[in-house]
Ligand binder design. Structure first.
Ligand SMILES: Nc1ncnc2c1ncn2[C@@H]1O[C@H](COP(=O)(O)OP(=O)(O)OP(=O)(O)O)[C@@H](O)[C@H]1O
Ligand SMILES: [Mg+2]
Length: 610
């Protein structure tokens, strides 16, 4: 069994900080290397475009310098026209570079995010049921969407901006120095004065951003839970409470966002003051140089141009650092998710089930406690064998462990001790898919998908023919209610089947299980929502199907199990009695008590013979 602590990162209360240090972030990007590897040509094109666009921006300053000096000052119009032409060519190249940069870089980002999302989803599908009991599924959805989007933004935007800025920064600096080393030195002197406040404020903005994101996640979680239970909310007229709770969540999110905006605004203001003061000072120093003929007006213009470019790229690094850390955190969480291995499949797949399934079942000395409450035993040395074709019923009080038996047969969990055999093989030794292919199950809460009735039945065996689907539908008497539905079998059932009645849902769930044509059929309260008449109709339909396969039926309504070959009475995880209805009635036990309660006033009383 898996240890809860493994999922810590998905359990909201224990969630680690959303962002991690930059150094850590860089380490996490090993993941990205794997996902970028197949796209070498696109990476090359993206890099090429980046270099092209950045060099054109840098060339622009030089063009400016010559245009001003040669064209405006010396007024040689031929040369200045040539320069203009050159500039325009540069602009076209810049446009081409910009297109490539935006297109290929975004393309890479989307591609990586898509591949990653597919992989993570395929992976989480393999994780066992107990994993999903311990995490918040909402968190997992956010992993799949938000975290992959963060990586998409990182690859598709941030990395490109970073590379572009590094190019502009180094190129711009080189140009500045080549124009005037002295002015460059002055500029370098003011760099710390500008950078330090940006870094400090940037950190503050990031903390506020993280808080703001967490508050938004709270809102999402609340909406999800509330709207999924809308019937309960409305039936209990809980709306005013939900409204005010939601108001709190929203207002908290707003306050967090407002604080972040304030910090950002402050940062923008300070950056403006610092950068423009610095530029003004440099400009002032520069005009002295021009006046003293150490440099031309064109030189000064180009110098200022480069200084602005350099300042701009340096300034955006603090924001990039934030993106990097957030994406690093996302990459880390996705890696953790990908690193989780389904603990149930640890056994070796050395053997396959016999190709012909006879539907033999046996559970030997099985003791089991759910992973989430590991000190409370649910099944106690449970031993039972079921012959092929047998129709066995399990009855017993609520919480006795009946559904748990089904979960163990489907190998949703492994028992702590004891063994389970299907067709003579220990189920731990066979591939879990092979095991489940032999089982058709109708769970206690019929689970329908938001599609048509037809598709919901087809779910049992996607390669079944239309005729087979109809045959399964007839067994459970769907024809009784199909005509009243707007599109018959092609009617949409709504989310989880909300547009159908409880009994209709159950019949579809049974049809799905029998379409699978399993050798073992597990019915957990599969007909409890049907009226007695419909139940009998469905049961007579199932009768010939049940004759050729092993069927386990859980029921509270004893009328459902009167005709079972054997009835197992389960109480507190242990078998209290086994026998036919007649045998159990004759014993003075739990079954007789239950039967008396249920049949006392009915005609069935006469069947008891007392
Ligand atoms: N996923 C789970 N995690 C932890 N405990 C569980 C889980 N599912 C069931 N239990 C506990 O195991 C015990 C047996 O549950 P089970 O669902 O097997 O009962 P049942 O006999 O099917 O009852 P009912 O007739 O009400 O469906 C109960 O005490 C229940 O609280
Ligand atoms: Mg149950």
């Amino acid at each position: 069994m898996r240890d809860t602590s493994e999922f810590d990162f998905l359990i909201q209360e224990k969630r680690p900080a959303a962002s991690i240090s930059s150094l850590q972030a860089i380490r996490e990007f090993k993941l990205l290397r794997r996902y970028l590897a197949p796209y070498r040509p696109q990476i090359f094109l993206a890099l090429f475009s980046l270099v092209l666009a950045s060099s054109m921006v840098l060339m622009f300053g030089t063009g400016l310098r010559y245009l001003i000096d040669q064209g405006f000052i010396h007024q040689s119009s031929n040369q200045s026209l040539l320069m203009l032409g050159g500039l325009l060519v540069g602009v076209v190249l810049l446009a081409i570079g910009s297109f490539g940069r935006v297109y290929y870089v975004s393309w890479l980002g989307e591609r990586v995010a898509t591949d990653l999302r597919k992989d993570v989803f395929a992976h989480v599908l393999t994780l066992e049921v107990s994993f999903y009991e311990q995490i918040r599924v909402g968190e997992l959805i956010s992993r799949l969407t938000t975290d992959t989007s963060l990586i998409q933004i990182l690859v598709g935007t941030s990395v490109a901006i970073a590379i572009r800025n590094i190019l502009l920064l180094t190129g711009g600096l080189a140009m500045m120095i080549s124009i005037s080393a002295k002015l460059s030195l002055y500029c370098l002197a003011v760099v710390p004065i500008v950078i330090i406040p940006i870094i400090l404020l940037g950190r503050k903005v990031r903390t506020h951003s993280k808080v703001s994101q967490d508050r938004l996640a709270d809102i999402g979680g609340y909406i999800d839970e509330c709207l999924n239970q809308i019937r309960t909310v409305q039936a209990f007229t809980h709306e005013p409470i939900d409204r005010s709770m939601f108001k709190n969540y929203s207002e908290n999110a707003f306050l967090a966002a407002a604080r972040r905006s304030k910090a950002r605004g402050l940062m923008a203001a300070i950056v403006m003051i610092l950068v423009f003061s610095a530029i003004s000072i440099v400009l002032w120093l520069g005009t002295e140089e021009v006046a003293d003929h150490y440099m031309s007006v064109g030189d000064l213009s180009a110098f200022i141009f480069y200084a602005v470019v350099v300042a701009g790229s340096a300034g955006s690094f603090s924001e990039l650092l934030g993106d990097l850390q957030r994406a690093g955190g996302a990459a880390e969480r996705l890696m953790e998710l990908l690193a989780l291995h389904p603990s149930l499949q640890s056994s070796t797949y050395s053997r396959a089930l016999p190709s012909h399934s006879r539907g033999i079942l046996a559970m030997h000395n099985v003791s089991f406690a759910y992973p989430s409450y590991s000190d409370r035993s649910v099944l106690n040395k449970f031993t039972l064998s079921v012959a092929p074709g047998e129709n066995l019923a399990i009855v017993g009080p609520s919480g006795a462990g009946k559904s748990t038996v089904f979960s163990l047969l489907l190998r949703f969990y492994d028992p702590q001790s004891g063994s389970i055999y299907v067709d003579g093989m220990d189920i731990k030794d066979v591939p879990v898919q092979e095991l489940r292919e032999r089982i058709g199950v109708v769970s206690q809460e019929p689970a329908l998908f938001s599609t048509t009735i037809y598709e919901n039945i087809l779910y049992g065996r996607p390669d079944a023919t239309e005729e087979e689907v109809w045959r399964a539908a007839e067994v459970v008497r769907l024809q009784d209610f199909l005509p009243i539905l707007p599109h018959g079998i092609h009617t949409l059932v709504g989310t989880r089947g909300v547009r159908l009645s409880g009994g209709q849902k159950q019949r579809i769930a049974i049809a799905r299980a029998i379409l699978r044509d399993p050798s073992i059929l597990l019915l957990d309260e599969a007909t409890n929502a049907l009226d007695a008449e419909s139940e009998q109709a469905v049961q007579s339909g199932l009768k010939h199907l049940m004759a050729t396969r092993t069927t386990l039926v859980i029921a509270h309504r004893l009328a459902t199990v009167l005709n079972a070959d054997r009835i197992v009475v389960l109480d507190q995880g242990a078998i209290k009695a086994v026998g036919t209805h007649a045998e159990l009635i004759s014993q003075d036990g739990l079954y007789r008590r239950l039967a008396l309660l249920q049949f006392a006033d009915s005609l069935a009383l006469s069947e008891f013979g007392n």
